[in-house]
Design a protein around this ligand. Structure first.
Ligand SMILES: NC(=O)c1ccc[n+]([C@@H]2O[C@H](COP(=O)([O-])OP(=O)(O)OC[C@H]3O[C@@H](n4cnc5c(N)ncnc54)[C@H](O)[C@@H]3O)[C@@H](O)[C@H]2O)c1
Ligand SMILES: O=P(O)(O)OC[C@H](O)CO
Length: 333
């Protein structure tokens, strides 16, 4: 079935998903803030800044008129940096953000409020159904139609099946799940561990250290998830360990690469500038650190990342402190 879908944001992930949805036969509009960028994309059909190797199908419309873009859309797909989602939704007139299916493909937690994107959407829209699309999925590979498996989580099974049908293609396999909080947290928190994995490689530690980070990382993620009402099984899935593996090991990963630069001695702002795309793991570290304190959840890797990012703690000393914490039994949770 042909659906009207509007993307809020058109960086690397937005561009890859817009292409996929257009190939699936849907009417796709992409809203961007910058009118000049819309003119260029409508003409050139290549997103030179964010995803230069991908040809954008001719029938995708780029516009900077947000109300025009969303008013007739059945589904809105959020792909802007998490810290900007609230301000983007605020720009839409109330009558146009009612009774929609809102799918979030961004991965983060709002600093200050500690809101998940589902909370932001609940606060800023009316009577919308929220879903999250998450899993191991780099835009650079989806854009090239390389095989990818992902999950759509929604507490309304009929809606998640509708979204599954909308996105599913020969190279994009979509699973459904009802655990929205688990899917949101897995996607947001893996970025912190990816920064850590990048730092570890950047300072010259080996594969053992990275494997330890990945494994102890998913334990921490699940611990916070359980405290926030998620289903522990979700963290074994695509939105949990699946995404954590890809983000800690892929050459495409923005968070891993930013961490790698920090490990080589760059300041976090220099690393962000060099990456040139959103590095969600940095604000999410601050939010997760606050959440761990608020909910009294033990998250030593998040605490270490907070020390490095906020207090400029020496990385090797921080790792030493992690290694020499109190002796423990290996408990999964
Ligand atoms: N790139 C990927 O492979 C990938 C895959 C899965 C999920 N994600 C998630 O998708 C989200 C977007 O990531 P991305 O890689 O596409 O980022 P990006 O940096 O490539 O693009 C971000 C987009 O948001 C826009 N933007 C920035 N600030 C804005 C603002 N204040 N108002 C409106 N628009 C604004 C930019 O112009 C750009 O279009 C992130 O949360 C990321 O974690 C990315
Ligand atoms: O690996 P990153 O940091 O580029 O994040 C992109 C996606 O979330 C990977 O699934």
């Amino acid at each position: 079935m042909n659906r009207k879908i509007t993307l809020l944001g058109g960086g690397s992930w937005g561009t890859a998903l817009a292409k996929l949805l257009s190939e699936n036969g849907h009417q796709v509009t992409v809203w961007l803030r910058d009118e000049n960028q819309c003119i260029e994309l409508n003409r050139e059909r290549v997103n030179k800044k964010y995803l230069p190797k991908i040809q954008i199908p001719d029938n995708i419309i780029f516009t900077s008129n947000i109300n025009g873009a969303v008013k007739d859309a059945e589904m809105l797909l959020i792909v802007t940096p998490t810290q900007k989602i609230r301000s983007v939704l605020k720009q839409i007139d109330t009558e146009h953000k009612k009774d929609k299916i809102i799918i979030n493909a961004s991965k983060g937690i709002e600093i200050g409020t500690l809101c998940l994107v589902s909370d932001i959407v609940k606060e800023e829209t009316t009577d919308c159904t929220f879903a999250v699309l998450s899993g191991p999925s780099h835009a650079e590979e989806v854009g090239l139609s390389l095989p990818t498996a992902i999950t759509v989580a929604c507490d309304d099974k009929k809606i998640s099946e509708k979204i599954q049908d909308t996105f599913m293609s020969s190279y994009f396999r979509v699973y459904t799940n009802e655990d929205v909080i688990g899917a949101e947290l897995g996607g947001a928190l893996k970025n912190i561990i990816a920064l850590g994995a990048g730092i570890s490689d950047g300072i010259g530690y080996g594969d053992n250290a990275k494997a330890a980070l990945i494994n102890r990382g998913i334990v921490e993620i699940a611990r916070l998830g359980i405290a926030m009402g998620a289903d522990v099984h979700t963290f074994y899935g695509l939105t949990g360990i699946g995404d954590l593996i890809v983000t800690c090991t892929s050459k495409h990963s923005r968070n891993y690469n930013a961490g790698n630069l920090i490990g080589q001695g760059l300041k976090k702002d220099e690393a962000i500038k060099k990456i040139g795309m959103v590095v969600e793991g940095i604000p999410t570290t601050y939010a997760a650190y606050e959440l761990s304190k608020k909910l009294d959840v033990d998250m030593p890797i998040v605490g270490a990342m907070y020390d490095v990012l906020e207090n400029d703690a020496d990385v090797k000393e921080t790792v030493n402190k992690l290694m020499l914490r109190d002796k423990k039994d290996e408990k999964m949770l």
